[in-house]
Design a protein around this ligand. Structure first.
Ligand code: DOR
Ligand code: ZN
Length: 346
């Protein structure tokens, strides 16, 4: 039995930092653990152009003490200026572009309503090698919330990958066995997986009471889908990598008659994942999932810095909340014990 594991510093390929006071609270938590992170642009207002991305990065940088490298994204919409987008990418201000179908999730009301309208932009992205990150859910109100990911793949993602075969696409925070299968068989398509979709399923959210802090989008699915995610994450398959989708909302907006979607999971994210990999007898694949696969997929350098985790006898006691002034955020915890702890970074 392994009691210690050393991996190269992990990457979080999908994180929400929000803006203003929230930055102070959440950026340092990512900075404590991660090397690179892809920062989501669904702030209020959304990050829709080069100038906004540049300023947002400066605001984030104020709270970075270690080596965190925030990789910025642009919020795609039907009015995105293609020259501004290309310039932002060439100047290395943005790393990728994010597609939110309109209405799919938090602050997505300015997202894309008609996919066809952005085809010319996708063509430019393909030519200029700008990665496309997709929130893959069909927002048609007739589609059941548990079927939205599958429906998006069938109706839209297939069109995108067939029309733009050279475009590098990431299907973000995948939740279903159908997504796993589709990503496996499709060229130039990768996928991020969150800690909470690996660790929890819809029963955790809905049995014996409703738990608003587990409500996220795409919504937690059945156990059989969770098992498929664990299987592929622990398999070492290079197309699948960690993106926490850590999405802080104030507690009052989660414990609400109409609560927001999002799970703040940065704290203990690596420990939780290590526990899952340990239980799957796959500790040898941990580094691939959290550090190497994303670096290979996005062609960014592997970190030379290391993170050491040790097995502990007494399970970790999860911190409950993150608090700063009036801001209070609930910290995600799974319904199992975690016997791993980050011991050092070097
Ligand atoms: O649960 C989620 N929360 N899913 C998303 O796609 C967005 C995120 C947020 O920004 O709160
Ligand atoms: Zn997200």
């Amino acid at each position: 039995m392994k009691n210690k594991i050393i991996i190269s510093n992990p990457n979080d390929m999908h994180v929400h930092f929000r803006d203003n006071e929230m930055l102070k609270l959440v950026v340092p938590e990512t900075d404590k653990i991660y090397e690179n992170c892809i920062v989501m642009p669904n702030t209020v207002p959304p990050i829709t152009n080069r100038e906004m991305a540049k300023d947002y990065k400066l605001r984030i940088n104020k709270y970075i003490k270690n080596n965190l490298n925030p990789l910025m994204t642009l919020y795609l919409n039907e009015n995105t200026d293609e020259n501004d987008m290309i310039r932002a990418f060439k100047d290395k201000i943005i790393f990728a572009v994010k597609l939110y179908p309109q209405g799919a999730t938090t602050n997505s009301d300015k997202g894309v309503k008609n996919l066809k309208n952005i085809f010319p932009l996708l063509r430019k992205m393909e030519i200029n090698k700008i990665p496309l990150l997709i929130h893959g859910e069909d927002t048609d109100e007739k589609i059941d919330i548990f079927d939205r990911e599958k429906s998006f793949i069938d109706k839209y993602l297939t069109k995108i990958v067939n029309k733009f075969p050279k475009l590098k696409v990431t299907l973000e925070h995948i939740t279903t066995s159908e997504a796993v299968q589709y990503v496996k068989e499709t060229t130039n398509l990768g996928a991020s997986i969150t800690p909470h979709h690996l660790a929890s399923n819809r029963n955790d959210m809905l049995v014996s009471g409703i738990r608003p802090h587990l409500y996220c989008l795409p919504i937690l699915k059945r156990r059989k889908h969770q098992e498929e995610l664990i299987k592929v994450a622990t398999s070492g398959n290079e197309k699948f990598f960690l993106g926490t989708d850590s999405a802080p909302h104030e507690i009052k907006h989660k414990e609400n008659i109409c609560g927001c979607a999002g799970v703040f999971n940065t704290i203990n994210s690596i420990e939780i994942i290590t526990q899952i990999f340990d239980e799957a007898n796959s500790l040898s694949q941990l580094e691939n999932f959290v550090s190497k696969n994303s670096a290979s997929f996005y062609k960014i350098p592997f970190s030379k810095k290391k993170l050491e985790l040790i097995r502990i006898d007494k399970p970790i006691s999860f911190q409950d909340e993150l608090i700063e002034g009036d801001l209070k955020i609930k910290i995600y915890k799974p319904n199992f014990e975690v016997n791993w702890k980050v011991s050092r970074r070097f």
